[in-house]
Design a protein around this ligand. Structure first.
Ligand code: GLC
Length: 544
């Protein structure tokens, strides 16, 4: 059960921070790095092992940090390189690692490389980007579409060619066929690793390499995942190219030159579980690769069991390690999406995240059961929501942390009287200060779950065996042969066989009957979850 040497992330709980919304130390309404540093004691109290911070590098903010204009400096709104060093040192003193966000697929069009590249067809950096002549009718060179609507191409009038833009026109795709681009990013990785950064989350990790012949993508059919169907084409040539694996094998070599090994956590937005697994290589590419089937899954037992079971089979421990998240900065928070505002279900979801076989990634606010915040039209800042409407509502999941319940004093996020960059939600109903005072709160429940996970090697490293009864709304699984997790996602009570002898309840979402013995059939209320442990193995199918 011991993870491969140096792969600390297999034992860890990660916590994603959206830096503009975590804590504002200088009172300008925007969260910053000193704000994060000031709250590390809270994160240590909570018990997270590593924080992943969404981009902090210089950005004109067309896409809020995901359009980078300098990969080796900090955006002035968020702080300085000295602030990063201070954050890493302070986090290290508390046993917390710092993972940053790398955006290698594209740069801002304000990046000096692109400014120079678009100046002429002969510019030295021209070939650092993906350029193509117009089609014979003057239109885009092929049928590739942008993730953010419209063609994936933007006509540059001055030089008469299109540049590729998989996202906004302000985000120009780099040419990963060019060895100079590869060398530059190896330098960037080392720049941050040398400063003590514990790893990177890699933005759209599946997209970097494009088909050199720019062939058209084939159309989808009704066997494709709904998100691909929505796009109308399979991302066969503009993404998911086999050559991208060379990049990650090389990066993994670099990550392993460091002690401890640096984490490569991919945003692998692909809808094929074998393709997700391939990003681990033979444990020689990405350390973790996100599973978006899970993030987009409905909160129903059949779907979740299928998604988790398939990933568990596709990612054995000698190949890699699954990773699970229920919220992030691009989608509805799970207390709103999965739990529909019901705290009992939010607790069940949290128990699921923290007991599955794999590394959990919490998004800031998950620990509070923080819901999405309605952002009025005149306060919307996300270019995608503004362009396509509320079908995508990313700002709702990006609002400031309610450290206290008092808006008049800045809710502990910013200075009194300062309007935060995105509005607060209902801070009286959900805030850190009140929940820290209340041992029955979601925050304490999260902390206790984290402590249980840390203390229970089976939860961190054990194998997963699904022992649910088909058709039931109760998900029941074993972690190794001595811990059983029972999650009732339905409304009605149900009865579930206890697979362990001499078993007792370790933790319950409603905090009732913890420590009590259980045997035979466990009666489980609707919207309730329990973790139980037995000290005698009677079930021996699991294990890795
Ligand atoms: C990723 C990020 C998202 C961003 C996009 C373009 O999907 O998570 O926030 O808009 O990449 O960089």
């Amino acid at each position: 059960m011991t993870p491969p040497v140096g792969q600390w992330w297999r034992d860890a709980v990660l916590y994603q921070i959206y830096p503009r919304s975590y804590a504002d130390a200088n009172g300008d309404g925007v969260g910053d790095l000193p704000g994060i540093t000031a709250h590390l004691d809270h994160l240590a109290w909570l018990g997270v092992d590593a924080i992943w911070i969404s981009p902090i590098t210089v950005s004109p903010n067309a896409d809020w940090g995901y359009d980078v204009a300098d990969y080796c400096d900090v955006d002035p709104a968020l702080g300085t390189l000295a602030d990063v060093d201070a954050l890493i040192a302070a986090a290290d003193a508390r046993g917390i690692r710092v993972v940053l966000d790398l955006v290698p697929n594209h740069t801002s069009i304000e990046h000096p490389w692109f400014v120079e590249a678009r100046s002429s067809r002969d510019a030295p950096h021209r070939d650092w980007y993906v350029w193509a002549d117009p089609a014979p009718d003057g239109g885009p060179p092929n049928n590739w579409v942008s993730t953010f609507t419209g063609p994936a191409w933007h006509l540059d009038d001055a030089t008469g060619q299109y540049y590729m833009r998989s996202f906004l026109p302000e985000q120009a795709d780099l040419n990963w066929g060019n060895p100079e681009v590869r060398a530059e990013f190896e330098r960037i990785l080392r720049f941050w690793f040398d400063r003590g950064v514990a790893g990177f989350r890699i933005d759209v990790a599946h997209m970097l390499v494009k088909d050199a012949q720019l062939r058209d993508n084939p159309p989808t059919d009704d066997t494709d995942f709904w998100m691909d169907q929505f796009r109308g084409q399979r991302q066969e040539y503009n993404a998911n190219r086999p050559e991208v694996h060379d990049v990650y094998r090389r990066w993994r070599e670099i990550a392993e030159e460091y002690d401890p090994t640096r984490l490569l956590l991919g945003e692998t937005h692909v809808f094929d579980v074998d393709a997700i697994a391939r990003f681990y290589g033979h444990d020689d590419e990405l350390g973790l690769a996100f599973n978006f089937f899970f993030l987009y899954a409905d909160f129903d037992v059949a779907t979740l069991r299928r998604v988790v079971g398939e990933a568990d089979a596709a990612i054995p421990s000698d190949r890699g390690w699954p990773v699970w998240a229920g919220s992030n900065h691009d989608k509805t928070r799970f207390p709103t999406g999965w739990a529909k505002g019901d705290e009992r279900l939010a607790r069940v979801a949290l128990m699921m995240l923290l007991t599955l076989r794999g590394t959990p990634v919490l998004y800031y606010g998950d620990e509070l059961g923080m819901p999405d915040t309605h952002v009025p039209d005149d306060r919307l800042l996300d270019p995608v929501t503004i362009a396509v409407g509320r079908v995508v509502d990313r700002d709702a999941a990006r609002t400031p942390v309610p450290w206290t319940g008092d808006v008049a004093t800045g809710a502990g996020f910013t200075a009194p009287g300062v309007e935060p960059w995105l509005p607060f939600g209902d801070v009286a109903a959900c805030n850190v200060a009140d929940q820290r005072e209340d041992p029955g709160s979601m925050l304490h429940f999260t902390r206790d779950l984290l402590a249980l996970r840390r203390a229970t090697v089976e939860l961190r490293r054990g194998g997963y065996t699904d022992v649910s009864i088909r058709g039931s709304e109760v998900w029941s699984f074993l972690r190794d042969s001595t811990v059983q997790v029972v999650l009732n996602l339905g409304d009605a009570p149900d009865r579930v066989p206890v697979c362990l002898q001499n078993a007792r309840v370790l933790l319950a979402t409603d905090r009732v009957s913890e420590g009590a013995p259980v045997s035979g059939l466990l009666e489980i209320e609707g919207r309730r979850g329990v973790v139980i442990a037995g000290d005698v193995e009677v079930f021996d199918q699991a294990g890795d």
